[in-house]
Write a protein that binds this ligand. Structure first.
Ligand code: FAD
Length: 455
């Protein structure tokens, strides 16, 4: 059978764009459909604009710290519209670059929603026609999940947070995951009164306990209100403000309510089930280690598969898909030792196993911890502490995980991911010369095993 394309990609985000470009590079005839803007979540409403807002929100801290170093900064003022518009300009620039990359790679582009009509057939809704492809890759990503609650129309998600007309006086952020905490840091830094509301005892489920506790305490110390174990009953609007009523009857009045309560895979009304593609409980496309779905000709990568929802992971899954299908080099995706960061204030970053995971998987582990005040903070009279933690398998001496809270944590975790993947031993850390004075030197100077206190 002759097909219009060798590969049709649905979704022009991190995973889709990389797969389309790389597959075209092998000589395959490739097309891609994007219903919104090329670049996807990361570029348009995720990592990139988020990190730019994080940078913008940190200046007040720098101004504050500068005093201890003899600087007087007078007349500093902030204009949200300038930051917002500059960020959006950068987002638009990057989106154009993404499309240009596809064009130069010879990928045919459709600005259209695309749905499946069979194992080889895609319908382009904007053009009201179908095309055929030997292989189809679904890379449609995910979307913020907002539960059904009375007053839902008063809620924003991270999507809207980037383009607010004005900054609210106060904001309630519902959800203790990384997106909520990053926005808590951004809004707090920009002078908004922030309350973080979450359902459990602790924020950041899945992260190492020391980081979860450390970040909560650090955020509280900055004046961010942390409300654990709270359930919202309804949200009302009165006099331009939002009134949150909790299930326990207590109330909170804020200027804005943002939900960051997880994301769901974008698989609705896509013709997936009709084409025979099996979905999981959250609607995610179930795939094997090579990203192949239950239909032989249909693959899926990125957030829509809900494996590890990060941009570099979506990109890696895309490249392994191209190796497998277009380079005759079947390569499974390796989801171990993926470094990840939370760009909260303070920043967190981690690679490898948490202490709890290591205790489950290994007979005996050693823990090394360091908690100290970074040198810069002493003159600045800032009382925040840096936290570092290494998890080591006692038997083999292999370093299983590393968890960091404080300045440049993300930069350190990225570099540490290399030796950890390669099976580095604690003895290798010990044998490595320190770089002085630096924060990272503490990683190679931790000698004392941490012993839990008796109480
Ligand atoms: P996406 O990038 O979401 O791309 C999917 C694309 O498909 C979209 O452009 C969508 O418009 C399009 N689409 C959907 N359905 C159709 C259809 N039927 N037809 C045509 N087009 C369609 N990750 C990190 O690694 N680091 C971070 O710091 C980070 N920060 C984040 C901050 C926020 C606020 C958010 C929301 C996410 C963040 N992420 C971060 C996660 C990261 O953005 C995602 O993991 C990544 O974008 C997933 O890529 P993807 O290709 O699977 O999907």
């Amino acid at each position: 059978m002759l097909f219009d394309y060798d590969l049709f990609v649905i979704g022009g985000g991190s995973g889709g764009v990389r797969a389309a470009r790389m597959a075209a590079g092998t000589g395959a005839r490739v097309a891609i459909a994007e219903e919104f803007r090329f670049g996807g979540t990361c570029v348009i409403r995720g990592c990139v604009p988020k990190k730019l807002l994080v940078y913008g929100s940190r200046f007040p801290l720098e101004f504050e710290d500068a005093k201890g170093f003899g600087w007087t900064i007078e007349g500093a003022s902030f204009d949200w519209a300038t930051l917002r518009d500059n960020v959006q300009r950068e987002v638009a620039r990057l989106s154009v670059i993404y499309e240009g990359v596809l064009e130069r790679a010879g990928v045919e582009r459709f600005h259209s929603r695309a749905v499946l009509e069979g194992p080889h057939i895609v319908r382009l809704l904007a053009e009201n026609r179908t095309v055929t492809a030997k292989t189809i890759l679904v890379a449609t990503g995910s979307w913020p999940f907002i539960p059904h609650i009375h007053g839902r129309e008063h809620i924003i998600s991270s999507n809207e947070a980037f383009t607010l007309d004005t900054l609210p006086r106060s904001i309630a952020i519902v959800g203790g995951g990384y997106i909520g905490l990053e926005f808590a840091g951004i809004f707090h830094g920009l002078g908004v009164d922030v309350t973080v509301i979450y359902r459990g005892d602790r924020i950041l489920r899945g992260f190492d306990e020391d980081l979860r506790i450390g970040l909560t305490e650090a955020m509280q110390a900055q004046g961010i209100h942390m409300l654990p174990n709270k359930y919202l009953a309804r949200i009302e609007e009165s006099a331009g403000e939002k009134l949150i009523v909790f299930e326990d009857g207590s109330e909170l009045r804020v200027g804005c309510v943002m939900y960051a309560t997880g994301r769901i895979p974008l698989t609705d009304n896509m013709g997936l089930m009709e084409a025979g593609v099996k979905l999981g409980l959250e609607g995610e496309i179930l795939v094997d280690r090579y990203s192949r779905s239950s239909v032989e000709t249909i693959y899926a990568v990125g957030d829509v598969t809900d494996r590890l929802n990060l941009t570099p992971v979506a990109i890696d899954e895309a490249m392994r898909f191209v190796d497998t299908v277009f380079r005759d080099k079947p390569t499974p995706v390796d989801h171990t030792f993926v470094p990840t960061a939370v760009f909260s204030y303070p920043e967190l970053a981690t690679v490898g196993l948490t202490e709890a995971q290591a205790r489950e998987q290994f007979a005996e582990i050693d823990i090394y911890k360091a908690s100290f005040r970074p040198m810069k903070y002493v003159l600045a009279q800032r009382h925040e502490r840096m936290l570092m933690k290494l998890i080591v398998d006692t038997r083999s001496d292999r370093v299983l995980g590393c968890h960091i809270m404080g300045p440049d944590a993300a930069e350190m975790a990225q570099i540490l991911a290399i030796p950890l993947r390669l099976g580095v031993k604690k003895a290798d850390f010990d044998a490595t010369m320190a770089l002085h004075p630096s924060i990272a030197e503490e990683l190679v100077t931790m000698r004392e095993k941490w012993v839990p206190s008796a109480n």
